[in-house]
Design a protein around this ligand. Structure first.
Ligand code: ADP
Length: 151
C-alpha cells in the first residue's frame, strides 16, 4: 500500500453517453485521489482485445468488445493510498444488481453488459493498463491538497 499507487479507471461508452463523466471524476477527486492522466479516446478493436485479453475465451467477449467500441471512452489514471482496491470499491460489483447503493454501478446501472465503468483489479494489472492506455506517459506534479488528505 503506498500513496503513489495508481489505478486505471475508464468511463465506458454508456457512461459517456449518459452524461456521467463529471460525476465519476468528481467522486475520485473528492475522495482525495490525484488525477495523473485523462483523455477521451475511441479505441480500436485490437486495443480493446489487448485490454480484455484475459476474457477472450468468455462467451460474452465479442459482445463486450462491440459495447466498448460503441462510442468514446474516458481514460484516467488516479493515484493515491490503496488506489486499486478503493477504486474497485467505489465502482461496485461487476454486476450492478449486486452493487451497493453509493457505488457508481450501484447508483447508475442495472445490467452487467452496461456497467458504466472499468477499474484495474490488481496493482500489477493497473500498471499494465496504464502503459497500454497512456503510452505517451502520465503527469507528475505535487497535489497542493496532499497535506490535508494524508496524516
Ligand atoms: P470488472 O469490469 O468488474 O473487472 P470482469 O473483468 O469480470 O469485471 O469483466 C469485464 C467486463 O466484461 C465487465 O465490466 C462487463 O462489462 C463485462 N462482463 C462481465 N461479465 C459479463 C457477462 N456475464 N455478460 C456480459 N458482459 C459481461
Amino acid at each position: 500500500m503506498s500513496t503513489t499507487e495508481q489505478t486505471y479507471i475508464m468511463i465506458k461508452p454508456d457512461g459517456v453517453q449518459r452524461g456521467l463523466v463529471g460525476d465519476i471524476i468528481a467522486r475520485f477527486e473528492k475522495r482525495g485521489f490525484k488525477l495523473v492522466a485523462l483523455k477521451l479516446a475511441t479505441p480500436t478493436k485490437e486495443h480493446l482485445e489487448k485490454h480484455y485479453a484475459d476474457l477472450s475465451s468468455k462467451g460474452f467477449f465479442p459482445r463486450l468488445i462491440e459495447y466498448m467500441m460503441s462510442g468514446p471512452v474516458v481514460c484516467m489514471v488516479w493515484e493515491g493510498l490503496d488506489a486499486v482496491k478503493t477504486g474497485r470499491v467505489m465502482l461496485g460489483a461487476t454486476n450492478p444488481l449486486a452493487s451497493a447503493p453509493g457505488t457508481i454501478r450501484g447508483d447508475y446501472a442495472l445490467q452487467v453488459g452496461m456497467n458504466v465503468c472499468h477499474g484495474s483489479d490488481s496493482v500489477e494489472n493497473g500498471q499494465k493498463e496504464v502503459e497500454l492506455w497512456f503510452p505517451e506517459g502520465i503527469n507528475q506534479y505535487k497535489l497542493a491538497a496532499q497535506a490535508w488528505i494524508y496524516e
